[in-house]
Design a binder for this molecule. Structure first.
Ligand code: PLP
Length: 370
């Protein structure tokens, strides 16, 4: 699949070029003209490119584009990456900072919402820009690209707050940083005695699997315990290259969890998500969170009713491996943190008995005197 795509659209590129992550980034599709050379853009897509009032960049790696059915405007991966004019419509309740991260940022690059864990926004750069990005206000803006010195204030904040035991390095996509810079940052975080665990939030294993080089993996494992939290959306992402990257990480002992955003027309069905979560388990990635799509400005065409996610979780419960089922979460607007909103299996109470609904919707009693 990727070789056919390469020969057709990059006839001068070798298989070795294609396998090089910097080549992939250099040849990412960023403009209307570049995309129109591969896809027949719809009127909604064309219209999105002529607007200038939502300066959120477009970028799609050749690898990711090669995973799309090029003649299908409803291709699920295409819907997440190619802008549509709907993203210029501001729906009710939509905000540029839906999670209230700005007021919870004590120093630049740190978001401190929970008592014991923080986000460290290492870069604003991503290989691909998801159209529903919750951090579209900064991501791709160039606002967070800076030399290591600008990280010092954030590192200092973490060092001075002994209650912080968990640092989630995110952005932007931290795996777009060069090995040496990321190594430097992780080593500095590791040197803070109260930081127990590190996490990296990334989509590169899905959109730029070429980045998962032996040297990157070797560097990451030196900073254990370090978890990767990988953004996966749809089973069509799971190419042989993606599988190889995950297997390489798993073989190095790097624990991986997945986060998926529930998206209308993309992955809002039990069959699609069951397939995704079960395949992720074969790659030793544990499904962690299924997120209700945050109310970022211009995202109403992606949002499903909360009941859709609850029904999907209900459908999965009892019908697949327990740990193939992520928790359904809403990130509370205004900095309230994530709230689990999965379906409720307690049907009520009868005296000293709790009434429980099982996966097949049968009721069972559990003696639980109050
Ligand atoms: C999601 C998030 C975390 C991490 O939360 P977990 O539930 O532990 O994965 C930490 N800080 C902020 C601000 C977050 O949004």
């Amino acid at each position: 699949m990727s070789a056919t795509f390469r020969r057709q659209y990059f006839p001068a590129a070798t298989a070795r070029d294609w396998a090089n992550w910097q080549w992939q980034l250099l040849h990412a599709f960023r403009t209307r003209e570049q995309l129109a050379g591969v896809l027949k853009l719809t009127t909604d897509e064309e219209a999105a490119f002529t607007r200038s009032d939502r300066p959120f960049p477009v970028s799609i790696t050749p690898h990711y584009l090669s995973r799309m059915r090029l003649d299908d405007p409803q291709d699920p991966l295409r819907l997440t990456m190619v802008p549509r004019v709907q993203e210029h419509q501001v729906g009710p309740g939509e905000l540029w900072d839906p999670l209230g991260e700005e007021p919870h940022s004590p120093v630049p690059r740190i978001v401190h919402t929970y008592p014991d864990k923080v986000l460290f926004l290492a870069t604003d750069f991503c290989a691909t820009y998801c159209r529903y990005c919750t951090r579209a206000r900064v991501v791709g803006s160039g606002k967070l690209t800076a030399p290591n010195s600008i990280w010092e204030e954030a590192l200092c904040y973490i060092a001075q707050h002994a209650e912080i035991r968990d640092v989630l390095v995110t952005g932007g996509d931290p795996l777009t940083l060069a090995d040496a810079r990321l190594d430097w940052l992780l080593a500095r975080l590791r040197a803070i005695p109260h930081v127990q665990i590190l996490r990296i939030g990334t989509k590169l294993p899905a959109v730029l699997p070429q980045r998962i080089t032996p040297s990157l993996v070797h560097m990451l494992r030196r900073h254990a315990p370090l978890w990767l939290s990988i953004h996966f959306t749809h089973p069509n992402e799971l190419s042989p290259e993606v599988a190889r990257g995950c297997i390489r990480l798993a073989d190095a002992g790097i624990p991986m969890v997945s986060q998926t955003v529930l998206l209308k027309g993309v992955n809002d069905s039990t069959a699609v998500l069951k397939d995704l979560f079960e395949k992720l388990l074969t790659l030793r990635v544990t499904p962690y969170y299924l997120h209700q799509c945050d109310p970022i400005v211009g995202s109403s065409h992606f949002r499903t009713p909360v009941a859709t996610g609850q029904q999907i979780i209900r459908d999965l419960h009892g019908r697949t491996t327990g740990f193939a089922i992520p928790s359904l979460m809403i990130d509370a607007p205004g900095g309230g943190g994530k709230v689990p909103v999965g379906p409720n299996y307690i049907a009520g109470r009868d005296g000293a008995d709790l009434l429980l609904k099982n996966y097949a919707d049968k009721t069972y009693r559990y003696h639980d005197p109050v």
